[in-house]
Design a protein around this ligand. Structure first.
Ligand code: PMP
Length: 381
């Protein structure tokens, strides 16, 4: 029998939309994918070459459970260069993507019944990491006009003696909103809780710059990885930065559950940090071009963009004028207009009536997808 805990894990609806789109494609239909949050770019050659070299040099064994020292040192150097924060390799766990790193962070801090604050809407997987570690979700409804960023007063009201952590995600999936320095500072004032800062979209910021939570507090777990910035989703490489006192427990957790991340892929990660700046800058330039195009078209069609997204590769558009049930509408758009879109409800009840559009697709495809969507809207609304 399936355990009660496992039975509570929610599905990741975007994957269901993608499965529907793929089913249509198998029937010979052409579908434009604006649902997936995965770079359409190939991994930069300097990174691929480093992996090939590592394989040819037999870097095919387990590594230190926390990850190759060379990679952890490169991550320390990167955080110092980007944010001026000093961390040491003993504060880093390299894992197979940010996803397992996040699960291990939850295992390290939560006891059964501990509470974790998340915003609603938010990245859908968070709740399941928390549940898996025995924690309880405490949701805070955020407001579209405020870019769905928390109000500290709302957090204060939710905190109890059992509240162990507060999740933030900037630039955000699904909203693309980048939190300001002041907003991050206002979250860092909560000193009794750990701030779990998902910084996976750092580097994909098109105005100003992103700040790391570590600039404002040490009582944080930073989640970051290579999937998005370096177009390396399938490589599975990510990391967690944690307070020093967690070094030994994170090492024990990883020794047992993963042994280590894959060695040759970690060498590719070192090359990404050292040599892929030009490729990243070019990808960011192209994302920004698509972002501006998509925003313009969606606004012309009548979608409301409450706060302009300036990071990641998503537009979270208010479609309440067109739809009440985002789940039904997203599937109908996928099936009839042949454009994959993600329903806002995937991100929690606070996302109902919204649709998430990803611009991790070529400008040509985005244009075609939005043309199809426009025809669809003209037909029904
Ligand atoms: N956090 C956020 C906000 C994401 O969008 C994703 C990927 N969709 C992840 C974490 C997980 O990334 P990965 O496991 O590929 O590093």
């Amino acid at each position: 029998m399936i355990s009660k805990r496992a039975d509570k894990f929610t599905s990741f609806i975007v994957m269901d939309v993608m499965a529907k789109a793929e089913e249509l494609e198998r029937r010979g239909e052409n579908v434009i994918h604006l649902e997936v949050g995965e770079p359409d770019f190939s991994t930069p050659k300097v990174i691929t070459q480093a992996a090939i070299d590592a394989l040819q040099n037999n870097k095919t064994r387990y590594t230190h459970a926390l990850g190759l020292l060379e990679l952890r040192q490169a991550i320390c150097d990167f955080y110092f260069k980007e944010y001026g924060v000093k961390i040491i390799p003993e504060q880093i766990l390299v894992s197979t993507g940010t996803s397992p790193a996040l699960l291990f962070a939850m295992l390290a801090i939560l006891d059964k019944g501990d509470e974790v604050i998340v915003s609603n809407p938010r990245y859908p997987c968070y709740q399941n990491f928390i549940l898996a570690a025995g924690g309880k979700l405490k949701e805070i409804k955020t407001r579209p006009e405020e870019g769905f960023v928390y109000r500290p007063a709302d957090i204060k009201k939710k905190i109890t003696p059992r509240t162990k952590a507060i999740f933030i995600n900037s630039p955000s999936n699904p909203t693309g909103i980048v939190m300001s320095k002041e907003q991050l500072q206002s979250i860092a004032q909560f000193k009794k809780q750990y701030i779990i800062s998902d910084e996976i979209y750092h580097g994909l910021v098109y105005k100003d710059r992103a700040h790391s939570i570590l600039e404002f507090t040490d009582k944080a777990f930073v989640i970051n990885g290579f999937s998005k910035l370096y177009a390396m989703t399938g490589w599975r490489l990510g990391y967690c930065i944690f307070p020093k006192e967690f070094s030994n427990v994170m090492q024990r957790i990883h020794q047992n559950f993963m042994i280590s991340a894959s060695g040759f892929i970690q060498w590719a990660g070192i090359a990404a940090l050292a040599k892929a700046q030009k490729d990243v800058a070019e990808m960011a330039r192209i994302y920004d071009e698509r972002r501006q195009y998509m925003l313009k078209r969606l606004r012309e069609m009548g979608f409301v963009i409450h706060v302009e997204p300036t990071g990641a590769f998503y537009v979270f558009a208010d479609a309440r004028k067109f739809c009440k049930d985002s789940y039904k509408e997203a599937f109908r758009i996928t099936e009839e207009a042949k454009v994959g879109v993600t329903p806002g409800i995937d991100f929690g009840s606070g996302g109902e009536g919204f649709l998430r559009f990803s611009y991790a697709n070529s400008l040509e495809n985005i244009k075609e997808g939005l043309d199809r969507l426009e025809l669809y809207l003209n037909k029904y609304f």
